[in-house]
Design a protein around this ligand. Structure first.
Ligand SMILES: Nc1ncnc2c1ncn2[C@@H]1O[C@H](COP(=O)(O)OP(=O)(O)O)[C@@H](O)[C@H]1O
Ligand SMILES: [Mg+2]
Length: 344
């Protein structure tokens, strides 16, 4: 439903041309972005130049048109300018040389498992690492890193992250009861995210790994726009239903000018203990082909592995529990390739 609304929005918006650049406000124009969540629409238009009035007219017409789309409950059109954009980029501040967002179109594809193991692999090669669980709808970092408890405040009224395996961790799961369903409204989500950036004593980091909520909603967009993300990594399983959603993720990051550092294929194959052969349960090479199609780096394939699942459940990431295993080596090589490309 949201997708249909989104495409109707762009059908309207592309009829308008940017008063300054004369480019149509079509989907691939970076100066417009639209997000739909449960029928609530947020559109942002970036003002180029100083003729604000013309943009205000467009935003009014756009709002009127979009309100007519079936299924739309509310429409909010926000005008931004390059200056505002700079301010936004600084809204979420962290002293980290690199910030990497781990994203997926779908839930359950192994995004958190990857985030945790990448964080541990980076730590193993000597980096100072923070892990921010921004998946406010399903925080799993506490469980996967084997930590619980409430972060204490310090004299600056900032929360001290909980540490596990030498990694500083912050999760909404530390602040609210994980078993209680929490209903988050848009502004609360932003507030919570901002709190986890600015309200936490992260210290100075080489890498901050962010486990994003699945999908391409406003939490993801807001993070991408308000923080200095070095890039995103998309995690997907190799079958079409997951890849279709992964594609949306790639497009979202492209639209907000965040580099896609690459795609990781998870649950790529299963090695049978009896016959020792690889079985491609979710189809073969789907992730690799998708990465090629989008001309983004393919970072690696991670097999389906029972041990990996058990390690996650027990709060002992693969790279800690069994650092010599084949899977740990895959995570390590991904971490090494990433640092090589980001630090050169
Ligand atoms: N390669 C894998 N092999 C086996 N189990 C996996 C693998 N990747 C993830 N899992 C398991 O699948 C479940 C979902 O993974 P998770 O990382 O929580 O996904 P997401 O964060 O995308 O929702 C977890 O129980 C996790 O342990
Ligand atoms: Mg998760």
């Amino acid at each position: 439903m949201s997708d249909e609304i989104l495409s109707s929005i762009y059908t309207f918006s592309k009829k308008f041309a940017d008063p300054n650049t004369n480019l149509s406000f079509e989907e691939k124009n970076n100066n417009i972005s639209a997000v739909v969540r449960n029928g609530n629409v947020n559109i942002s238009l970036n003002i180029v130049g100083t003729d604000t009035e013309k943009y205000t007219d467009i935003s009014r017409l756009l709002k009127k048109n979009v309100e007519q789309i079936p299924g739309v409950l509310s429409v909010n059109v926000l005008l931004t300018s390059e200056n505002n954009k700079d301010q936004n980029t600084n809204r979420f501040k962290i002293d980290s040389k690199n910030i990497i967002a781990i994203a997926s179109g779908k839930g359950g594809v192994g995004k958190s498992t990857f985030a945790v193991n990448l964080a541990v692999a980076l730590k193993t090669i000597g980096k100072e690492v923070g892990l921010l669980d921004a998946d406010i709808y399903g925080p799993s970092i506490p469980r996967m890193m084997g930590i619980s408890g409430r972060p204490q405040g310090n004299e600056n009224k900032k929360l001290i992250p909980l540490e596990s395996y030498g990694i500083k961790c912050m999760s909404i799961g530390f602040l609210v009861n994980v078993d209680t369903p929490t209903i988050w409204r848009g502004p609360m989500v932003m507030k919570a995210l901002e709190q986890m950036f600015n309200g936490v004593e992260w210290g100075s980091l080489d890498y901050l790994i962010i486990d994003l909520p699945p999908g391409t909603g406003d939490a993801q967009l807001s993070l991408a726009q308000n923080s200095k993300i070095s890039g995103s990594i998309i995690v997907s399983t190799p079958q079409d239903v997951a890849l279709i959603d992964a594609r949306k993720g790639i497009n979202m990051f492209k639209r907000v000018d965040v580099d896609v550092l690459g795609l990781v294929e998870n649950m790529s194959y299963f090695i049978c203990e009896n016959c020792n052969e690889k079985h491609y349960i979710f189809s073969k090479d789907g992730g690799k082909n998708e990465a090629d199609k989008f001309q983004i780096p393919f970072l690696g394939s991670i097999p389906i592995n029972k041990q990996l699942r058990i390690q996650s459940d027990n709060g002992k990431p693969s790279c800690i529990d069994d650092p010599e295993s084949e899977i740990s080596n895959i995570y390590l090589s991904i971490a090494k390739n990433l640092t090589a490309s980001l630090e050169n």
